[in-house]
Design a protein around this ligand. Structure first.
Ligand SMILES: Cc1cc2nc3c(=O)[nH]c(=O)nc-3n(C[C@H](O)[C@H](O)[C@H](O)COP(=O)(O)OP(=O)(O)OC[C@H]3O[C@@H](n4cnc5c(N)ncnc54)[C@H](O)[C@@H]3O)c2cc1C
Length: 467
């Protein structure tokens, strides 16, 4: 007899959804979580604080209103760290409450402390004050997430040389910032600080950024970020960072020196599986602290599952939640379907980006013919009303059967309106549906109809020539 049917390690999106799904199936469930980390990286240091910070930046700087009210428009002249953190702390507090109440409502026991494996069916929970308890379970779900990777050659001091967690603890809004690494997290923060008026330099080893996105959209983003005074140093590597009395000096391998108030490393994430004493369970982590799983999220030990960032790509809150639910259903012998292959990507830069399906480059490389249909926000009444003249929606359409191959959105509401395209793609719909549908007016959603008509007209003119 075990203490629990399902024991979940970690209360981030993956762990939460695994625990709730198992509880809904009538299982006795417990979640182990470290003190002050309820809700995981997602709530405390990752998704939620960064997205709330973005909202605070947009509101306080008045950036989105400047097309209407002029370039000098601001809600507040001197935006302080307190202005920004007030909002993040408020949202973190509320979200943590929601999660606690959801766990309680579903009779999920919360065990506070750090869990490590004692054997394949038990974990020891250390509450940090020397008290330990051992808990056993028939099935275990590891949802331990990640921490920022810190290159060993860099002396982090959490004030001037920081990682992405450190952004949330800054004492002042820096006047200059070097971001090392142009991944999603690095670029999101680069755009937020640039919007605050900070001089941002992004140093990236590769010759382009966010290479999994559509090139045209990334070009538009780069143009906007440069307009906010972001400097890009592509194909450059930071050789060292020197701490000085008034900031830090980033020295590039090419010999360039960049002075900044703060240097933020955004150099990937390290999985937490290397801290779980996995050997006691007959498991091991790779050198990036991640665990291998099969298509059902089972590890090499079949009653132990792993979900979320600790299993690697795509390492998003959105996918982690779904992995948690699927793993719990499999563990509880509930019939499960595989995760849908169409997964959207949302990048909360200023302006934001979102897409689903293929990019132009991918289709060209695979020699799949496509037509594009484009709608620009400035040609939509809603675009004019909200003062977004740069946003755009691009549909990639198969000329053979008029289905959607990809949907790419740049600008206001991109991460929301991409889901219209995702639904059409998921239901194998064609652009005929979008052309024939009546959309609310004036909306940004209407851009689907405009883009579909654009693609249709292009395909028609080709057909006419061929006739
Ligand atoms: C700055 C930033 C911005 C992001 N923005 C987005 C976004 O916009 N959209 C999106 O979808 N994703 C985003 N992500 C990614 C998202 O936060 C993660 O994909 C998600 O949090 C992963 O969920 P998870 O369930 O794997 O666990 P996590 O949220 O990583 O939580 C894991 C939990 O396990 C706990 N834990 C670990 N080891 C132990 C142990 N031994 N004992 C007890 N508890 C333990 C930790 O304390 C932690 O609370 C962002 C991440 C960062 C860092």
């Amino acid at each position: 007899m075990y203490d629990y049917d399902v024991l979940v390690l970690g209360s981030g999106p993956g762990g939460q959804k695994a625990a709730i799904a198992a509880a809904k199936l009538g299982r006795r469930v417990a979640v182990i979580e470290r003190r002050h980390m309820m809700g995981g990286v997602c709530i405390n240091t990752g998704t939620i604080p960064s997205k709330t910070l973005r909202e605070a930046v947009l509101y306080l700087t008045g950036l989105n209103q400047r097309e209407m009210y002029g370039q000098s428009y601001r809600l507040k002249d001197d935006i302080t760290v307190d202005d920004l953190t007030a909002r993040t702390q408020h949202v973190i507090g509320r979200e943590t409450d929601v999660i606690r109440s959801q766990l309680a409502r579903n009779r999920i026991r919360l065990l506070t402390g750090t869990g490590t494996f004692a054997d394949p069916h038990s974990l020891t929970v250390n509450d940090g004050s020397g008290r330990e308890q051992k808990v056993t379970a028939e099935k275990i779900v590891i949802a331990a997430g990640t921490r920022p990777a810190r290159p060993s050659t860099v002396e982090f001091d959490d004030r001037t040389i920081i990682d992405s967690d450190g952004i949330l603890n800054l004492e002042h809004v820096p006047q200059s910032l070097v971001v090392v690494g142009a991944g999603v997290i690095g670029i999101e923060y680069a755009s937020m600080f640039a919007a605050l008026g900070c001089k941002v330099t992004v140093v990236e080893r590769r010759d382009r950024m966010l290479e999994f996105c559509d090139l045209e959209i990334i070009e538009a983003l780069k143009y906007h970020l440069r307009d906010l005074a972001v400097t890009f140093r592509f194909s450059e590597t930071v050789a060292s960072v020197e701490r000085r009395a008034t900031g830090a000096l980033a020295v590039l391998e090419s010999g360039k020196r960049i002075a900044a108030d703060v240097v933020m490393y955004s150099a990937g994430r390290q999985g937490m599986a290397d801290q779980l004493n996995l050997e006691a369970a007959g498991l091991s982590a790779d050198n990036r602290g991640r665990i291998k799983v099969d298509e059902h999220f089972r590890t090499a030990v079949p009653h132990i599952y792993a979900v979320g960032d600790v299993i690697g790509f795509p390492a998003l809150a959105s996918t982690s939640m779904e992995q948690g639910r699927l793993a719990a259903h499999h563990a509880c012998d509930e019939p499960v379907r595989a995760m849908h292959e169409l997964q959207p990507i949302g990048i909360y830069t200023i302006p934001e980006i979102s897409f689903v399906g293929r990019t132009e480059d991918e289709l060209t490389e695979k020699r799949v013919p496509f037509e594009t249909g484009i709608s620009r926000y400035r040609e939509l009444a809603r675009g004019q009303i909200i003062g977004d003249s740069y946003g755009m929606l691009k549909l990639l359409v198969s000329p053979d059967d008029r289905t959607l191959l990809g949907v790419h959105v740049f600008g206001t509401g991109a991460t929301e309106i991409v889901h219209i395209g995702q639904a059409v793609m998921g239901c194998k719909g064609t652009i005929d549906y979008l052309v024939d549908t009546v959309f609310n007016y004036p909306t940004l959603a209407e851009s689907y109809k405009v883009a579909a008509l654009d693609a249709m007209n292009k395909m028609r003119s080709i057909d006419r020539m061929r006739a």
